[in-house]
Design a protein around this ligand. Sequence first.
Ligand code: PEP
Length: 248
Amino acid sequence: MRTPIFAANWKMNHGPSEARAFMQRFLAEYAARDDRTVVFFPPALALAAAREAAAGRADIQWGVQNIAAEEKGAFTGENSAPMARDAGAAAVLVGHSERRHVFGETDEQTAGKCAVAFAHGLIPVLCVGEKLDEREHGHTEAVVLRQLRAGVSRLAPGDLDRLVLAYEPVWAIGTGRNATPDDAAAVHRVLRAELQALGATVRVPILYGGSVNAGNAAALLAAEGVDGLLVGGASLAPESWHAVVSAG
Ligand code: PEP
């Protein structure tokens, strides 16, 4: 039995005070469940406050939204994998569409970030997804396969089995237009076959992300090959996030 993963990407929302208030309200409603994993990706500056507000809740897991591909040094404004680990993160988003398309993150950088994450005990959640014009020109498979192959190209043997992958079509992120369960299942099938071809020996979890909400979460989660959900907008309010994590 797979344990679905519900991942909240707060993006640049909720500083320490709001993060604390969110956790208090959310955890008052959400009792630990052993049939799902809930993981929060708050802004790095709010991670400590959010964790503190969830003290005693070992069922909640934590991540950061980005790390540098380098371990340390003169990279003003960046956070490193060892720092994220030391701050209590167990996971890190790598190659989120906003990193790729707003900040110009390259495939080469995602490779470095995945490698440095594993080297320091963080699980990378490697995000892949096509833009609307790429989908319309029939390039979806080529794009997600290129991003997957590049992202894992510098992993040490065995690391692939500990990766988490997220399929997030760019045209569905923050747009209110989600992929259908069939769309998601089709791409997840391609990604899963490639993970096997690359040498994965276990079922690597593949999350779906893109305009997930309380109304569509159950259907997307039930789609073939979908092992969890990566959620932006609907994770920002305790009530809507509670509704999403209660799905399925
Ligand atoms: C995301 O940020 O990864 C995301 C999927 O956002 P949204 O749920 O708002 O589309």
